[in-house]
Design a protein around this ligand. Structure first.
Ligand code: PEP
Ligand code: MG
Length: 893
């Protein structure tokens, strides 16, 4: 027979903390505290299985539940020396929801259940009349709202009237008689609306509340919360029924909340607040100012309201001992709730506390040093992506702000600057020393230079994987994309939102971590790598197998990457530097050249520039491996778009050229990733790889001479699908390298490898590995070519696909293990069969995604490569992949 009910209290419990799936988080922890002998008001938990049964059977409670509840109720009565519905010593209970993972405020709660016209008199006799009737009216209000569907505003209106009639400013001025009158009016209201009196039988009340809590699992708030937090409907909620204890029974009573360590800083000190003569919700509601628990905190805050430590020294000492015990028992920082009822301390809740990333690092390292957890456990406690909070400037949480729009949090960090609408203007103003935010409908490759000098990027279109988002993340620059409320008029140089128009030079602030766009400048906190951060990273490094490299082109990025712990460069996209001012002209000359000779002439101008770039890169990396990819993108990306043409057509149609231009932009489907690019481009114009190889090898010679450290460049061929493609490009590389090696010293060893970014390459991996020294998985293109959809278009389709249940996760963020991942596994396996010492890496965006890093660990790759600012995230994720989990156990606020 299924057991539906688990009792706790009086020093024992049928459940335990391991049973959170069945009992919910709250129920499991109450059981655990009871078993530890802590003073927990006795109670019982109805299981999540009962909830699932409830829904499976058309909202009917399971058979046998009544008997089990009666038995459990009798246990509470015995422990408390009270009886449910008794006129002498009535037992009152709370009924609360409690799912496996906490869903704060999403489901329903009823307090003071068991009160009726008779028991309220008993309560009045044993305690205080005013308190009793205040409790009764609170119960009627809550119960009617949650169970009977009477809106709580109806009750508030009555309260307001009664206060006014008595000239009372607040509830505290109302007397016992006043509350009695109010209770009578409340009951009349319920009877009028429901055509039935307010239920007087405590058992009817109890079953009504249990049904309502189960039903609240399916309320709109809970459903939305679940979908936002990936909580499956099948988990269900448990119901906790527990003897009431009162923190509002006069001045020897109190209620409070606490963390065993400071959730903001992680400092090891009991941290919390309380109120004398109050109920739990009063602390959170913010009507009265709570007092500090400890003397130290009171003094630090300069408060003259006494601390619990001085006000109730015995209860404080007992509470401090319990919290210490709970922290050691759970081996994590705890978030606690307690109540003192007439001098007696009761523990109401414990759970792992939410904390900032900074606090999480301090707590994890401190607990490891205290011997409470192992170093590996400490590493597992930090959610890798939460490190982003520390790696970028962030808004000062205390600063005031006026939010004018919200878009997608496309690239973390915050930035303030003057609005500019064109990359050129961004360039000019930056050179004049201004900080600018580049505001665009969306960005394209020609905007790179403008993006590089802007402090942040804001677009009104595009998703998390739009050009703006991807490039900004690569640059480590804040970006808000797809802020649809902004009406951007490039031509007029205006941005309109909420009826206000902003022009060039107006200052805005963007927060790429929240997606918010704010008017004016907002104060920031600069990133800071604290001691705990470094310590934890060392522990992560000791645990991980995968190496971590960075995708970087500029010496600044390379240095940043090294500072963040990168062990090499996994992808230098040579084209990125071609957009810079001094080279775009030569680049365009090269592209439009009518014959090979003219092209060679233009390339000759680019050679010294590239050589200088590579030299700086090699110097910055001081002997660490550097993978340089030969020119990849289609050449049209380097050319301007035809504004004239657009203007002509617009005139003929009698429409506005800007509008037409925007419409064309919206409709244009270009798939340049399938055009003449990658190795096709290199084969079409072999003088390009020839020049680039020369630049690489000559730079390596110079770097070796200057630093005295050998440099072994890894030259990478993009978009290979056939062995013949690779071999031919390799022949050009080898010839060019041989020429340089013959002409100068020292002789440079180099390797030639290929990207695997087409399904065909993965399928022919064994053959390719026969010739290529390394593979680097270009999972951006591999995802595009496997799914047959471009990265930019995927964002809009994905939402639809998720709604339709076709696809759950964005395959451009996390490796799709069934498709792209299967190709990676195949290529890794086949490649190693072809060449046992084949070096395997990944340089697509996925290289910085923790779930994908976990996959790479299992697939046996040698390294992941990601943007410099993701390097610490990748180091941590790589360690966690070895230790065995992808998600951290402690929650980060
Ligand atoms: C890739 O395709 O994954 C890759 C790294 O190359 P790019 O993003 O430059 O096309
Ligand atoms: Mg690619």
């Amino acid at each position: 027979m299924t057991k539906w009910v688990y009792s706790f209290g009086g020093g024992e419990a049928e459940g335990s903390r391991e049973m959170r799936e069945l009992l919910g988080g709250k129920g499991a922890n109450l059981a655990e505290m009871a078993s530890l002998g802590l003073p927990v008001p006795p109670g019982f938990t109805i299981t999540t299985e009962a909830c699932n049964h409830f829904y499976a059977e058309g909202r009917k409670l399971p058979e046998g539940l009544t008997e089990e509840v009666e038995t459990a109720l009798a246990k509470i009565e015995a422990l408390q020396g009270k009886r449910f519905g008794s006129r002498e010593a009535p037992l009152l209970v709370s009924v609360r929801s409690g799912a496996r993972s906490s869903m704060p405020g999403m489901m329903d709660t009823v307090l003071n259940l068991g009160l009726n016209d008779e028991t309220v008199e008993a309560l009045a006799a044993s305690a205080d009349r005013r308190f009793a009737y205040d409790s009764y009216r609170r119960f009627i209000q809550m119960y009617s709202d949650v169970v009977l569907g009477v809106d709580h505003h109806e009750f508030e209106a009555i309260l307001e009237e009664e206060r006014e009639a008595r000239g009372a400013a607040s509830d505290t001025e109302l007397s016992a008689e006043d509350w009695e009158t109010i209770v009578a009016r409340f009951k009349a209201l319920v009877e009028e609306i429901n055509a039935a009196p307010f239920p007087q039988s405590p058992r009817d009340q109890l079953w009504g509340a249990i049904g309502a809590v189960f039903s609240s699992w399916m309320n709109a708030r809970a459903i939305t919360y679940r979908s936002l937090h990936d909580i499956p409907e099948s988990w269900g909620t448990a119901v906790n029924v527990q003897a009431m204890v009162f923190g509002n029974m006069g001045d020897s009573s109190a209620t409070g909340v606490a963390f065993t360590r400071d959730p903001a800083t992680g400092e090891k000190a009991l941290y919390g607040e309380f109120l004398v003569n109050a109920q739990g919700e009063d602390v959170v509601a913010g009507i009265r100012t709570p007092q500090y628990l400890t003397e130290a905190a009171r003094i630090a805050a300069g408060s003259d309201a006494p601390s619990l430590e001085t006000l109730m020294p015995e209860q404080f000492a007992e509470f401090a001992a319990h919290s210490d015990r709970l922290e050691r028992h759970y081996r994590d920082m705890q978030d606690l709730e307690f109540t003192v009822e007439r001098g007696r301390l009761w523990m109401l809740q414990t759970r792992n506390g939410k904390r900032t990333t900074r606090a999480a690092l301090k707590i994890a390292t401190a607990m490891a040093e205290e011997g409470l957890i192992s170093r590996e456990e400490a590493v597992m406690r930090i959610e890798p992506t939460s490190l982003d909070q520390l790696l970028h400037p962030t808004l000062d949480p205390k600063a005031e702000r006026k939010v004018i729009a919200k878009g997608l949090p496309a690239s973390p960090g915050a930035a303030s600057g003057e609005i500019v609408f064109t990359p050129d203007k961004a360039d000019i103003l930056t050179k004049e020393g201004h900080a600018v935010i580049l505001v665009r409908l969306e960005t394209s490759p020609e905007d790179i230079q403008g993006m590089a000098c802007a402090r942040g990027i804001l677009t009104s279109r595009g998703g998390m994987t739009s050009h703006a988002a991807v490039v900004a993340r690569g640059m480590g620059k804040p970006c808000v994309s797809g802020a649809g409320a902004l009406k951007i008029d490039h031509k007029a140089g205006t941005m309109t939102v909420l009826g206000k128009t902003y022009g060039e030079g107006d200052v805005i602030t963007i927060d790429g971590s929240s997606g918010e766009v704010m008017e004016g400048r907002v104060a920031m906190l600069q990133p800071e790598v604290s001691g705990d951060f470094a310590t934890l990273m060392q522990w992560a490094d000791a645990a991980r197998r995968l190496k971590v490299r960075a995708n970087a082109e500029t010496p600044e990025d390379a240095r940043a990457a090294r500072d963040f712990g990168a062990e090499g460069i996994g992808l230098c996209r040579t084209e990125h530097t071609f957009f810079q001012d001094d080279r775009i002209v030569a680049m365009r000359e090269m592209i439009v050249a009518g014959d090979t000779q003219a092209r060679r002439k233009a390339l000759a101008k680019l050679l010294p520039l590239q050589r200088k770039d590579f030299l700086e890169l090699f110097q910055a990396m001081r002997g660490l491996p550097v993978t340089i990819r030969l020119l990849d993108p289609p050449l049209h990306e380097f050319l301007p778009k035809g504004e004239h043409e657009i203007a002509e057509v617009a005139a003929a149609m009698g429409t506005d050229a800007t509008l037409l231009g925007e419409r064309i932009l919206e409709l244009t489907e270009a798939n340049p990733m399938l055009g003449s690019r990658g190795c096709r481009l290199l084969l079409l114009h072999p003088e390009i790889p020839e020049m680039q190889t020369r630049a690489i090898i000559e730079a390596a010679q110079q770097a070796a001479r200057l630093t005295g450290e050998p440099v072994t460049p890894e030259i990478m061929v993009p978009l290979v699908g056939m062995i013949g493609e690779f071999n031919r490009v390799k022949a050009v590389i080898d010839a060019a390298a041989a020429a340089v090696n013959e002409a100068g010293a020292p002789k440079i060893d180099y390797t030639v490898g290929t990207m695997i970014e087409l399904p065909r390459a993965a399928l022919r991996a064994r053959e390719l590995a026969g010739e290529a020294a390394f593979f680097s998985f270009g999972t951006n293109d591999l995802t595009q070519t496997t799914f047959g959809i471009s990265r930019d278009d995927a964002a809009s389709f994905l939402t639809r696909y998720q709604e339709l249940g076709i696809l759950e996760k964005d395959p451009f963020v996390s490796i799709d293990t069934d498709g792209v991942g299967a190709l990676v596994r195949l290529a890794a396996h086949e490649g190693r069969a072809g060449r046992p010492d084949l070096k395997l890496g990944i340089c697509g965006e996925h290289g910085g995604d923790p779930a994908s890093i976990h996959f790479c660990e299992q697939a046996g790759l040698d390294y992941v490569s990601c943007s410099p600012y993701r390097v610490p995230v990748a180091r941590l994720a790589a360690a966690q992949a070895v230790i065995g989990r992808t998600t951290a156990s402690s929650e980060t606020a």
